[in-house]
Design a protein around this ligand. Structure first.
Ligand SMILES: N[C@@H](CCC(=O)N[C@@H](CS)C(=O)NCC(=O)O)C(=O)O
Length: 88
């Protein structure tokens, strides 16, 4: 089960959309950036740059939406470009 730490912003929504489209099970945790919850010490252990979105998958925490999308694409094999392929 993946834990998603996010808020209602476009960067946050990107990850929710990817998780839904990939059919992955996940649990959402709201990090209300309007209340500075991104600066909570527990959240900073997951996302040291105090920004959403971030995910935890097992013992790995990943932040930055592009890095999360790449991680999820590699994990599922979905929406990932096939580098070096003429079909790409
Ligand atoms: N380059 C980052 C940008 C993340 C980002 O800017 N997140 C904003 C909300 S969309 C945030 O958490 N801001 C809180 C802050 O800067 O303290 C990504 O793509 O994940």
């Amino acid at each position: 089960m993946i834990d998603l730490y996010s808020w209602t912003t476009p960067n946050g929504r990107k990850i929710s959309i990817a998780l839904e489209e990939m059919g992955l099970e996940y649990k959402s945790h709201a990090i209300d950036i309007t209340k500075d919850e991104q600066f909570a010490p527990e959240f900073l252990k997951i996302s040291p740059n105090n920004r959403i979105p971030a995910i935890v998958d097992g013992d790995q925490s990943i932040f930055e939406s592009g890095a999360i999308l790449m991680y999820l694409a590699e994990k599922t094999g979905l929406f990932a470009p096939v580098y070096g392929s003429s079909e790409y």
